[in-house]
Design a protein around this ligand. Structure first.
Ligand SMILES: Cc1cc2nc3c(=O)[nH]c(=O)nc-3n(C[C@H](O)[C@H](O)[C@H](O)COP(=O)(O)O)c2cc1C
Length: 138
């Protein structure tokens, strides 16, 4: 795998924590979509984000709308939510329309108020990084 990049969108910093841990493991930068990063090209882009009221943050939706398949070859989602069944479907739909392939979605346990309090914890994050590294070796 050549060029790997990471972006995240966060409300309560879980995605930032996960993205920074992955960035450290891969020795690359993780960019916050709020800073409207210009990514250039990537063979694989990790998009790290939570779920709020069943969907992704508006800033991440806007970021996805500006991606194109000439620059971004493949995407992996890292999704933190309370219900691990909820994924980044809104972003996936946008990328599918742009013919950018989403090759995997890794779920990392999140929390909301007292629900799953304390997650993502260090074990959740370590498992997420391990799953991400595995994808890179495929
Ligand atoms: C306002 C709000 C709404 C949320 N709505 C959902 C939801 O609909 N489904 C879900 O599974 N988790 C929901 N969650 C939990 C978040 O997805 C989870 O905590 C995630 O780790 C947050 O990521 P972040 O800290 O990077 O923003 C919600 C959290 C907040 C703060």
């Amino acid at each position: 795998m050549n060029k790997v990049k990471i972006v995240y969108a966060t409300k309560t910093r879980h995605s930032k924590k996960i993205a920074l841990a992955l960035a450290k493991a891969l020795n690359v930068q993780a960019e916050d979509v709020v800073s409207k990063p210009n990514l250039g090209t990537a063979d694989l882009l990790f998009i790290v984000g939570g779920i709020y009221g069943g969907t992704s943050l508006p800033g991440l939706i806007e970021f996805a709308e500006n991606l194109n398949k000439e620059n971004i070859k493949k995407v992996v989602f890292i999704t933190s939510s309370v219900k691990k069944t909820q994924g980044q479907d809104a972003v996936r739909k946008i990328l599918e329309e742009k013919e950018i392939s989403v090759v995997d979605e890794i779920h990392c346990q999140g929390s909301f108020l007292f629900m799953k309090f304390g997650h993502p914890n260090n074990i959740d994050i370590r498992e997420t990084i391990e799953a991400s590294m595995k994808i890179l070796t495929l």
